[in-house]
Design a binder for this molecule. Structure first.
Ligand code: SAH
Length: 352
C-alpha cells in the first residue's frame, strides 16, 4: 500500500515551499506556477484535474503531498434562506468539520473551523459538547476555504474563524492559515478581512499583539460581569473578566486596532437593561464595536432566544452610549448554523 502523507495538504504550503517540493521531484520552476494556478485560481479538487501536468507528476504529487480530496471532502451541503450554505467536510482521518458560507449583498464570508470539537465548553455552544478531538492543520483550514469557494463558484471576501474550535488553542496553525489566505500569491484576502474570534484566551490575545499583523480580533464576551460570565463560559474561571479586559485594553493601545466584542443574547440571563448598562461601563473608553447575536437555540442548553424587541432595546442602549453596535438579524444563522450544530447532528446520525 502506498504511504499516506497524513496531516499535510497542498494548501499548507506557501509558493516557495511548493517550489521546493517540485524541485525535489526534478521539475522546472515554471511548473510551480502551473500547479499553484490549479490549486488557487482554478480551484482544482484533485491532482487528476490538473490535465496539463504530466500524469507521472500528478502521481508524484499525490504520493509526496497527499491527495487533494482526502482533505475537506464534501459530506453534505445544506442551503438556507438568504443563501447561507453549510458544508460538512471530512478530513483525512474521518473527522468532520463545518464550514459556512454567508453571502450578503456586498460580500461573501466564509466561516472556518480551527479545531475538531472544542475544549472550552461554553454551555450554549454545540462545538464544545463532546470536547476537543484535535487541532486542524493550516492546510486543512485553507482547504475549507477552497472547498467553500468551489461550492459557491467564487472567492470569499472575508474569513472568520468562528466555526468549530478555539482559534487561540491552535494558535500557530491558525496564524499560518491566515497568512496563507492573506498571501498575495494565493487568495490574497486582505488581513483586515480575516477575523479571529476567541472565547477569551488571554495568552493568545497577548501573543497576537506582538505579531505586527493586521488581522482582526473578536472577543466573545457574552456577559459584562464575572459571576454571570462564569456561569456560561468555563474559560472565565481560567482567565477572569478583569484579566481579559486588561489584555484587550493593552491590545488596542499597542496595535491601535479595534476589537469586536461578540455578545450572545440569552433570554432573562444577560439581555436586560441593567446588563446593557454594565456592558457600556465595561467597554468605556475602549476602541471597540459590539456585535449582538440572538441565541441560536441548541437542544442541550435550556436558554432561549430573547424577542426581537428585547434585542433591539439592548442594541439601542449600547448604540446611544456611542459604541458602534450591530444586531445580527440574519435568518440564515438561525437554524442549526451556529458552530458545531451541523456536525453534532450528523455525528448522531452516523452513530445511531
Ligand atoms: N471559540 C471561538 C470561536 C467560535 S464560536 C469563540 O468563542 O469566539 C463563534 C461565536 O459563536 C462565538 O461568539 C460563540 O460564543 C458564538 N456561539 C456559539 N454557539 C452559539 C449559539 N448557540 N448561539 C449564539 N451564538 C453562539
Amino acid at each position: 500500500m502506498k504511504e499516506k502523507k497524513l496531516g499535510i495538504s497542498a494548501y499548507s504550503l506557501f509558493f516557495e515551499e511548493l517550489a521546493d517540493v517540485l524541485n525535489e521531484l526534478g521539475m522546472e520552476q515554471w511548473r510551480t506556477e502551473q500547479v499553484w494556478k490549479w490549486l488557487y485560481s482554478l480551484r482544482a479538487g484533485t491532482w487528476d484535474e490538473m490535465t496539463n501536468l504530466p500524469k507521472t507528476l500528478r502521481e508524484d504529487l499525490g504520493n509526496k503531498i497527499g491527495s487533494l480530496e482526502q482533505t475537506a471532502g464534501l459530506i453534505s451541503k445544506v442551503q438556507e434562506d438568504g443563501g447561507t450554505e453549510k458544508l460538512l467536510l471530512r478530513m483525512h482521518d474521518g473527522e468532520l468539520v463545518e464550514t459556512v458560507v454567508i453571502p450578503s449583498r456586498k460580500r461573501r464570508t466564509v466561516c472556518v473551523s480551527s479545531q475538531v470539537g472544542c475544549a472550552f465548553g461554553c454551555v450554549f455552544c454545540a462545538s464544545g459538547m463532546d470536547g476537543v478531538i484535535r487541532n486542524l492543520e493550516s492546510g486543512e483550514i485553507v482547504a475549507q476555504v477552497m472547498k467553500a469557494s468551489r461550492s459557491i463558484g467564487a472567492f470569499p471576501d472575508n474569513i472568520v474563524f468562528m466555526g468549530m474550535g478555539e482559534p487561540f488553542a491552535n494558535y500557530d496553525n491558525v496564524l499560518r492559515a491566515a497568512r496563507l489566505l492573506n498571501d498575495d500569491n494565493g487568495l490574497n484576502i486582505g488581513a483586515r478581512k480575516i477575523t479571529f474570534s476567541t472565547c477569551g484566551v488571554v495568552p493568545g490575545i497577548k501573543k497576537l499583539m506582538t505579531e505586527g499583523v493586521q488581522f482582526e480580533l473578536s472577543v466573545s464576551l457574552h456577559a459584562a460581569e464575572q459571576s454571570l460570565r462564569e456561569k456560561i463560559m468555563p474559560v472565565a474561571g481560567r482567565w477572569n473578566l478583569g484579566e481579559l479586559m486588561e489584555a484587550c485594553r493593552e491590545y488596542t493601545s499597542k496595535t491601535n486596532r479595534i476589537i469586536t466584542f461578540e455578545y450572545t443574547l440569552i433570554e432573562g440571563f444577560n439581555d436586560g437593561v441593567g446588563h446593557a448598562r454594565m456592558l457600556v461601563k465595561l467597554l468605556e473608553g475602549l476602541k471597540c464595536r459590539v456585535n449582538l447575536i440572538p441565541l441560536n437555540p441548541v437542544e442541550e442548553f435550556e436558554g432561549r432566544t430573547p424577542s426581537m424587541q428585547v434585542c433591539e432595546s439592548f442594541l439601542r442602549i449600547i448604540s446611544r452610549s456611542g459604541i458602534n453596535a450591530t444586531l445580527r438579524r440574519s435568518k440564515g444563522l438561525q437554524v442549526d448554523a451556529s458552530c458545531g450544530q451541523l456536525r453534532k447532528r450528523q455525528k448522531h446520525h452516523f452513530e445511531f
